[in-house]
Design a binder for this molecule. Sequence first.
Ligand SMILES: [Zn+2]
Length: 169
Amino acid sequence: MIRPIIRFGAEVLHKPASPVADVTPEIETLIDDMIQTMYAAPGIGLAAPQVGVPLRIFVCDVSVGRNAADLLTFINPDFVERDGMQLEEEGCLSVPGFNATVARPSRAIVKGLNRAGQEHVVEGTGLLARCFQHEMDHLEGTVFVDRLRGLQKDLIVRRIKKLSRAGKW
Ligand SMILES: [Zn+2]
């Protein structure tokens, strides 16, 4: 089932998510829905808070469905390692219509449980490393806009407020 994607400004996107206690059938359904919602958008990653569920789960697929092996699910993820630096333009399904250049490490290793509840460790470089950090940020209540500084951040926040007031957000 495709779930509605929550937008920047909603409380659930701006506070840390809670660990998953058990991979229950409800959690499996949530993950399946998140994958469907990510592909439908389409996007390369989606975190549970983005569908209004404050739990530490994210899914990603940098191939957007073209390569089955690229679909990854992480439950209760942690960083094992991060290094390097990359500067690329980034967007977010919860902030549609806005992009900005964000500095991120160029390599990241994440460990967590997969959809079957087994631990896996995955190394990402380039786009996958960026995706890992973007989704891990969501689990801490951080949206990419929060990583911007000064005028660039103010401009996006002001535009979103204006859209909200007009009922278009
Ligand atoms: Zn996002």
